[in-house]
Write a protein that binds this ligand. Structure first.
Ligand code: AGP
Length: 604
């Protein structure tokens, strides 16, 4: 998640911008920059890596009189983490910072390039400032040019733009990515992506709504809604609790990240879906030439998303697929053939076992691809190609949104490959793409559902163990649900294919064995139901998650009636995530940093 700050006032603008960016470090970033307009001249600094590098570069720069300034911490989604790709991005006499994804940046960039504009970066953001300056040449005033530019953008954005043509003004626009503006008694104006940079500086803030755009000067805060009508700012009291602000008011980062899945999955999809094709502009089709098999390799939750991928690849792409646990693969002297595409999956891109298997595959001459959440990580730098999941920083040790975005990327990749292998008709690909567009809504957390799970969790604080059971792609989801519960509640849980119960596990069935049964309507429902009935008949306590009422369950968590089993998958994913969270809360555990665990296992 990128971070944005802005300031209009008489104080040391550089210090205020850097302090603001420091308060946004929790959002994760790989580069940063500021631009200050003072006495008609711009001063701009950028640095890769941590903010200390930017502080070092700006140490001799002081602003002591009126200035306007903007700053940015970047989490790479388009283009590597480099100084050139760091924000703010410069036109001829304007700078812009942006959080989000400009979905139509490629077409805008093509038009601008044809008109002779030179782009310095690989980012989508840079099109904003060049489009603005193109419009500025043909508009009666600066705000008209800015308004026109915003109307030409598609996608998600929070934008701040400063320009020499209006040296006391900051232009803003918000759609899909958060941003707010604060004011104080000294009439200073502060912008930020979230509350924390404004705490201690402002008393009143206005949270921009989707579609809001406008400008702020020392004397005016002008906000316009999407249809161009001017609206009164709605200033409210700013909370003064920084940690709560970093969690956006949620109790834990994990809770915040479960709720964030809806928006980050929208980012994962952004710019990658056309009507009937998947667009991965980070991939060359040559990567798949001569490939007859796919081998996926990962650890933990990433291993579970890899298992999900194996169902999707064989079903949609018709490519033979196998899945390995990295710590096993490393030492079993595996047979590797050059017609195999080796895909590693990692949220951090630093997991030691997974990284070693990537090195093994490269040494064996295999083509390699990494699905990762952190650009410039060891695996991204080592693999031949990479697809970023765009989940933003994941602070909860128990992975949630990283898993969700990995599965979405795999679903997209299975369709991308299905087109390459002609395994699916265009019409079927289009149907699947329409389903993909519904995934963000499937991950929305409703108050009713969360309240129900919170109430129900009090019944599951003891017992001698949990079975999470599911069939087909719901089996890896069952594994993931069991891992979530183990990780943060410290209760014993196992994920099992529903069909395995009678091959031994059912011996454990009794009222103290809790079975969380995944019962999707659109995938093997009757078979799954009979497996659960076997357990219920032996008095296991059953919690059924399904769109269909199940009379033999002791507890029932309903999901909505979906058009497809993959949408049921994401709804059930949210349920098992919240269930583990609420059980852990009742047990008084440290949800975000559970005992014995680390966020990234960089040692064997
Ligand atoms: C997931 O909840 C765990 N924190 C853990 O299993 C994690 O998925 C595993 O360590 C792999 O990490 P990676 O995705 O960063 O490679």
């Amino acid at each position: 998640m990128c971070g944005i700050v802005g300031y209009i006032g008489q104080k040391n603008t550089k210090e205020i911008l850097l302090e603001g960016l420091k308060e946004l470090e929790y959002r994760g970033y790989d580069s940063a920059g500021i631009a200050v307009l003072q006495d008609g001249d711009f001063t701009n600094y950028k640095a890769v890596g941590k903010l200390v590098n930017l502080e070092e570069k700006t140490k001799d720069f002081v602003t002591e009189s009126f200035a306007v300034g903007i700053g940015h911490t970047r989490w790479a989604t388009h283009g590597k983490p480099t100084e050139l790709n760091a924000h703010p991005h410069l036109g001829e006499s304007s700078y812009v910072v942006h959080n989000g994804i400009i979905e139509n940046y490629a077409s805008l960039k093509k038009e601008l390039t044809q008109k002779g504009v030179t782009f310095l970066s690989q980012t989508d953001t840079e099109v904003i400032v060049h489009q603005f300056e193109k419009n500025l040449k043909n508009s009666p005033d600066t705000f008209e040019a800015f308004s026109k530019t915003i109307k030409e953008l598609q996608g998600a954005y929070a934008i701040l733009l400063v320009t020499k043509s209006e040296p006391d003004t900051i232009y803003f626009a918000k759609h899909g990515s958060p941003m707010l503006v604060g004011v104080n008694k000294e009439n200073e104006k502060y912008f930020a992506s979230s509350d924390t940079p404004l705490i201690g500086h402002c008393q009143k803030v206005n949270y921009f709504e989707d579609g809001d755009y406008g400008y702020v000067t020392p004397d005016e805060t002008a906000i316009f809604s999407k249809n161009g009508t001017k609206k009164e700012p709605h200033f409210c009291e700013l909370s003064q609790n920084k940690l709560s602000a970093q969690k956006n008011g949620f109790r834990f980062f994990m809770e915040k990240e479960i709720y964030e899945q809806r928006e980050v999955i929208a980012d994962t999809l952004m710019g990658r879906l056309s009507e009937d094709a998947i667009l991965f502009d980070e991939l060359e089709s040559s990567l798949f030439e001569g490939i007859k098999e796919i081998k996926l390799c990962a650890c933990g939750t990433s291993y579970h998303s890899a298992l999900c991928a194996s169902y999707l690849f064989e079903r949609y792409s018709k490519i033979k697929t196998s899945v390995e646990i990295a710590s096993e693969f490393r030492y079993r002297k595996p047979i590797m053939t050059k017609d195999t595409l080796f895909i590693v999956i990692s949220q951090s891109g630093e997991t030691a076992d997974t990284l070693e298997t990537l090195k093994m595959a490269k040494e064996a001459g295999l083509k390699t691809l990494v699905i990762c959440n952190v650009d410039n990580s060891s695996m991204v730098r080592l693999a031949e190609a990479s697809i970023l999941t765009r989940a933003g920083i994941e602070k909860g040790v128990a992975s949630t949104k990283a898993f969700a975005t990995q599965v979405v990327v795999f679903w997209m990749l299975s369709l991308y490959l299905a087109k390459l292998t002609n395994a699916l008709e265009k019409s079927e690909i289009a149907k699947q793409i329409a389903l993909l567009r519904e995934v963000p809504a499937s991950c929305a957390v409703t108050d009713n559902m969360h309240e129900r799970i919170k109430r129900l969790s009090k019944r599951y604080l003891h017992g001698h163990g949990f079975f999470f059971i599911g069939r087909d792609i719901f089996f890896p989801l069952a594994l993931e649900g069991a891992l979530k519960l183990k990780e943060i509640s410290y209760l014993h849980a196992e994920g099992y294919p529903s069909g395995e119960m009678k091959h031994g596990p059912i011996a454990l069935a009794d009222p103290e064995l809790f079975t969380i049964a995944l019962l999707p309507q659109h995938l093997l429902y009757e078979k799954s139901k009979s497996n659960v009935e076997e357990l219920s008949a032996r008095d296991s306590t059953i919690c059924a998650i399904s769109p269909l009422e199940f009379d033999k369950a002791d507890d029932f968590i309903p999901i909505s009636t979906c058009r497809d089993y993959m949408l049921e998958f994401f709804e059930m994913m949210v349920v098992v995530q919240l269930l583990s969270l609420e059980i852990s809360v009742r047990l008084g555990n440290d949800v975000d940093m559970p005992r014995n665990l680390a966020k990234s296992v960089t040692v064997e």
